[in-house]
Design a protein around this ligand. Structure first.
Ligand code: CA
Length: 428
């Protein structure tokens, strides 16, 4: 189905910098705080932020069935609950209003002064109230690498891995937007060669290069979502840095999986890029062998060609790109993850967040974590200032970026950038 807002020939009357992630074909959704301490739902075109609450009050969404206060809220949950038909109508309308041929807002200085903001006038917030967060483990390369290091290279993948999109229930209370610093966690670890565990600051703090998708109300308790319908319940995607403490993880994860090694922080990019905006960048997923069971089988293109990269910036401001990967390397698709998640009748709500799992590519420069890039410390990475890293140091900033590019059209996610601070209350 052709989506009007995706027309690659459209141009906007708003200035769009070269290589911007946010052309008029993107139209992401987010929540921002103004200088007057007003929280509102918005979108972004180029480097201009648009107050959708003000647009709605001024009549720009007339004819679309929306409640009056749908954008005057501090989360997108209610809008996401309205469903895909409404998301599409709103996105198409924004695209029309900002089209270079449309004079309605373009010629109204009064309205523009109310609706438009520059980036330095606003602060981005968490876009949704995340009720539940699930983290999958769906990159075959990542699962193989971690299985090789933590267990046995000969049996790196567990027997279930090729049949089930393996995942665990995470914790949503410590998911924060880009720009929010994160403290090095304290925890229990078993140092190599030691006979007794110790308690103290994690020594192996790591990032995980992931993406996450956000769902709408998908089902009632007991009902499963068929795989062919699953994409219709996905609102959009964000970049996701699932901070991890590898020494805590290694000691605690058997038999019930990750716990305190993961739930001290996860960072997301603040703009949700809709699945509609990603339509032009569909691609085939990794070939699955053995063929999944029928409830997980699908035909066609169900992955997306999203280029990803990771930078470390040191305290003195020197940046180094340490990994380049791609979302298309995922073995299990989002539709398979959501179909599996609800196959037992588990209820999924508006604003739920599902992490992809670390996205590692096939080559060592495309691995999605320090654990793999530096291979548990055996191959330290040299940064552009000459310093070495095995894991993330205090005062390092980790930045994930992602964008799609095809036939001259670029749709991006912006970035999620997070500084690691020393342990909480530490004086160092
Ligand atoms: Ca993870």
């Amino acid at each position: 189905m052709f989506i009007n807002a995706n027309d690659p020939t459209k141009k906007s009357w708003v200035h769009i910098p070269k290589n911007s992630d946010f052309p008029i074909q993107n139209i992401p959704f987010g929540v921002f705080l103004t200088r007057e301490d007003i929280i509102t739902i918005g979108t972004r075109i180029g480097d201009t932020v648009v107050d959708l609450g003000a647009m709605h009050q001024l009549g720009y969404f007339d004819g679309i069935p929306l409640t009056e206060d749908i954008f005057l809220q501090d989360t997108l949950n209610d809008f996401i609950s309205d469903g895909k038909k409404t998301w599409r109508l709103v996105r198409n309308r924004i695209n029309e209003v900002f089209d270079i041929g449309n004079n309605s807002l373009q010629n109204s200085e009064d309205h523009k002064s109310i609706i438009l903001f520059s980036l330095d006038e606003i602060d981005m917030q968490l876009p949704v109230q995340i009720g539940d967060y699930t983290d999958f483990y769906s990159s075959k390369e990542h699962a193989t690498n971690v299985g090789s290091m933590f267990r046995d290279p000969e049996n790196a993948l567990m027997p279930n891995w090729l049949h089930i999109p393996v995942g665990y229930h995470g914790r949503s209370s410590t998911i924060v937007p880009s720009g929010t610093p994160v403290h090095r966690p304290i925890g229990q670890t078993m140092p190599k060669g030691s006979e007794n565990p110790i308690f103290g600051p994690s020594r192996f703090v790591d990032f995980e290069l992931e993406m996450a998708f956000i769902t709408t109300d998908a089902n009632t308790m007991g009902e499963s979502i068929p795989i062919d319908e699953a994409e219709g319940y996905i609102f959009g995607m964000v970049l996701f840095n699932d901070w991890s403490a590898r020494d805590i993880q290694k000691w605690e994860y058997v038999p019930l999986g990750p716990f305190l090694a993961k739930n001290f922080a996860s960072s997301i990019s603040p703009w949700i890029i809709t699945l509609d905006a990603l339509e032009p960048f569909r691609t085939s997923a990794v070939k699955q062998d053995p063929r999944p069971l029928p409830y997980l089988s699908q035909e066609g293109e169900h992955s997306f060609d999203i280029q990803l990269e990771v930078d470390i910036t040191t305290e003195k401001g020197v940046s180094t790109t340490i990994s380049k990967s791609n979302f298309k390397y995922m073995y299990w698709t989002m539709a398979q993850q959501l179909a599996h998640h609800t196959s037992n009748g588990c209820k999924v709500n508006s604003g739920d967040m599902m992490g992809s799992g670390t996205i590692s590519g096939p080559t060592p420069d495309s691995y999605g974590s320090m654990l793999e890039l530096a291979w548990q410390g055996a191959r330290p990475i040299t940064l552009n200032d000459g310093s070495e890293r095995k894991f993330i140091q205090d005062h390092d900033t980790v930045t994930l970026r992602g964008f799609c590019e095809r036939n001259g059209l670029r749709i991006g996610f912006g970035e999620v950038s997070t500084k690691l601070l020393p342990v909480f209350n530490s004086r160092t």
